[in-house]
Design a binder for this molecule. Sequence first.
Ligand SMILES: *Cc1c(COP(=O)(O)O)cnc(C)c1O
Length: 242
Amino acid sequence: MSVTPADLAASIAAVRERIAAAAERAGRSPIDVQLIAVTKTHPPQLIQQTVDAGVADIGENRVQELLDKRPLVEGARWHLVGRLQRNKVRAVVGQQVLVHSADRRSLIDALSARAEREGVVQRILVQVNVGDDPAKGGCRLDEVDELVAYARGRPNLAVEGLMTIPPMPPDGVDAVTAARPLFAELRRRRDDLRTRFPEVVHLSMGMTADLEAAIAEGATMVRLGTALFGARGDRPWRKDDG
Ligand SMILES: *Cc1c(COP(=O)(O)O)cnc(C)c1O
């Protein structure tokens, strides 16, 4: 798949328009919505073009793919938006990657222990499975408060907000309509936590299909792949792909 720089510039502009329009409808400033380009399966050259075109926040869903691409791209800020296994924690901590997927005590323990050893503060978001979708990561809504408090107790972790991926909408229901009440739920959790813990700021929610609902409900980070790059290949990018 090849995307020309002109195509890429046009899709970035279109995405910025969508964000601005949704923010305006919600009475928000588009500056408060950070665009994360999710680049899984796409080659490092395309990521570099994206960064050079002004979108420096780059999200990957697999640790290995992120680590393979990272040295080949300059000037990006990296986000791990996919599931994190405990045995991959050591590869991520201390790499200035914002981890969006902290969702259980054992993972928080591993992140904290590694960050302490490295002498760094690891930034995390707590992932919440707002739709109780068995196919998605994330803690249950009724576990969030406890998990945030648990992570906050660790001096080497900084809990900066919450993240979610809503389930596929039921047949006949569009993604925006289906996701909006779930995003609203996450926002209420965040608002409530924030009164006690002012650093719990971010709401990472909204993908290509449900961006408008996420911005209406207060998303501060949206994670977009398809809207920027078109359809994805069906496997991760590998080093020997060149
Ligand atoms: C792939 C992915 C995205 C981007 O999805 P699109 O629908 O292509 O915009 C966002 N978040 C996560 C966690 C992803 O894995």
